[in-house]
Design a protein around this ligand. Sequence first.
Ligand SMILES: NC(=O)c1ccc[n+]([C@@H]2O[C@H](COP(=O)([O-])OP(=O)(O)OC[C@H]3O[C@@H](n4cnc5c(N)ncnc54)[C@H](O)[C@@H]3O)[C@@H](O)[C@H]2O)c1
Length: 405
Amino acid sequence: MYVNVAVLKETHPHERRVALVPSVAAKLIKLGAKLHMQSGAADAIKLTDAAFKDVAFIDDRKELVGDADVVLAVQPPALDVINAMKEGAILISFVYANKELALVQRLLDKKITCFAMERVPRITRAQAMDALSSQSALAGYYAVQLGATHLARILPKITTAAGAIGPAKVLVMGLGVAGLEAIATAHRLGAVVEGYDVRPETEEQALSLGATFVETGVDARGKGGYARELTAAEKTKIDAVVTQHIQQSDLIITTAEIPGRPSPKLISTSQVAGMKAGAVIVDLSAEGGGNCEDTRPGETAQVGQVTIVAPLNVPSLLAQDASELYAKNVAALLALMMKDNIITLNWDDEVLAKTVLTHDGKMHSDKSEHDAYPSNKADKTEVKTPTSKTPTSKAPAAKTPVKAA
Ligand SMILES: NC(=O)c1ccc[n+]([C@@H]2O[C@H](COP(=O)([O-])OP(=O)(O)OC[C@H]3O[C@@H](n4cnc5c(N)ncnc54)[C@H](O)[C@@H]3O)[C@@H](O)[C@H]2O)c1
């Protein structure tokens, strides 16, 4: 009695992470998994196949997933992988459905139960499964390292016989998980750190990490703990305060996001023109277009005397740690559905109900839709696995088809 779990080798360009590491493999085996991995899946993090005990390695990815009850990946898999999966099997990976319409259609056609890691609810009980947070924390740390290596000056105060050099000024804009980790890292490295956000509760968090807070008087709290888009009047009010801080900074780290929207522009071209010579901006929001008007996603641009660094997929640059944390997030999610060597999907569980994207040929396209299925709350579904006994009822009904953003 066991659950067949298959782990893919990532194929997206520049993706170095893997969804399983040896320490987590042991935990999954305890839960009742029989593990299979694609050969070389962890090569990019310098782990050979031999580093994984009690894991079977298979070269061909179609053969790997063909018999799997659960397929694990970091990025959304290619269509041929979904085609090769058995009907009713489970996929766990990041998906971002609005960018993956063909994939989602295939998941529906094959009745794959897909748990999309970006949908894990931001609630206390789901913290161990929250891959957005684990990966963002690493990115926030790395942004400071990237900024420091692009600066022609040091971050801490230093005193030599020839005289003292004062600490660098770092401004962190956007104080979610990544921004707070950036504050903590820059503070540890000895910089003088300021934080800014449009959610007022971040002031206390910034202060607790050793930063000061740039108070703008704007409160743009949106739904679910996220920020909302600003009005033109709010932008003007903020610019009047923030411009001065931008111009005094040696290093600026931007992390601002608004769910489902392009990255908000926090730094204009004219504000960049007014920055110190040699200053650096690290824009962590490049995937969504960037927080600075002069950002070129995926590039390091020289704009006048300012360097703007805008890396894509930052967690992949720290793939060893990112893989370990991601694998732990996935294992915590699997632990909600694996018991006694079978998989039981209990839709009473808020985390499963909110993370599921497709099930039984139906789409669960956004969070508000999940809130709309109380009538199905009593449903429990056993997934067909070689060990499960009686597949029973259905998932909550989907109401809207997949749409482009
Ligand atoms: N388990 C949990 O309880 C849990 C875990 C992680 C995050 N959270 C919460 O989820 C929320 C989102 O966190 P995240 O890291 O995903 O954030 P995010 O990536 O969505 O955004 C980063 C930050 O940018 C800020 N921002 C947006 N527009 C801005 C603007 N115009 N100017 C300045 N800042 C702007 C946001 O307020 C946010 O703090 C936060 O409230 C966080 O505390 C909760």
